[in-house]
Design a protein around this ligand. Sequence first.
Ligand SMILES: [Zn+2]
Length: 247
Amino acid sequence: MTKRLAVLAVVLCIVLIITAGVILMKNDFLNKVPETETPEEVQPEPTMNPEDDAKFYNAESLLILANKKHKLPNQYEPADLTEPDVRIRLDGIRVREVMVNDLTAMFDAAEEEEIYLVLGSGYRSDEEQQSIYDEYVERLGQENADQISSKAGYSEHQTGLAIDIYNDDPTYDLSDEFVNTDAGKWLAEHAHEYGFILRYPQDAEEITGFAYEPWHYRYVGKEEAEKIHASGKCFEEYYGLKGGDYE
Ligand SMILES: [Zn+2]
């Protein structure tokens, strides 16, 4: 009897030890879960408020914000404007030198696939922008003009980093139908590889302040363009910047 009791006691002890061990291991495992399930990149980075970040407000920056909420300096003209050696619709189109290599490489790459991109517009001065805007207002009324054009100082074209791209058929110049042309499709697929983003995507009007423009691309450099493109967001949304209509 004593022997059976002793055996029972030993068995009980073993069961208790195993149970305690299992509980401890389980707790330990549970404690480790948050560490393993939260890799470093998921941790929110301590970011600066985009409103305070000079790279969006310095006119020379590749990430300068030009929209209806942020006006460029009066009479702003980039110092490095140049006429790129690519197919153009009209003489005298200038863009910032900083984008020229990538712009040329993009036009060349498209041409290798027998897609002939045409540069339709680049830098615009205050005066040029105002006269374009005034023309639209006269033709369409101010409300409609505001959806497709901007007042002087608020146009991204004045940064020298925005371009309008056409194809070899002028019928599609500044037309939504451009997106269905080979050139429009090619750009949508490849422009980011050369540092350009589609600046006014479809259904982003409330954020960008502009209607869909499948022909208007903005140079931000390859690294940022890849990230913005991959996010599927528009410029303002990706960086958390203010957009939409005039104040
Ligand atoms: Zn444009």
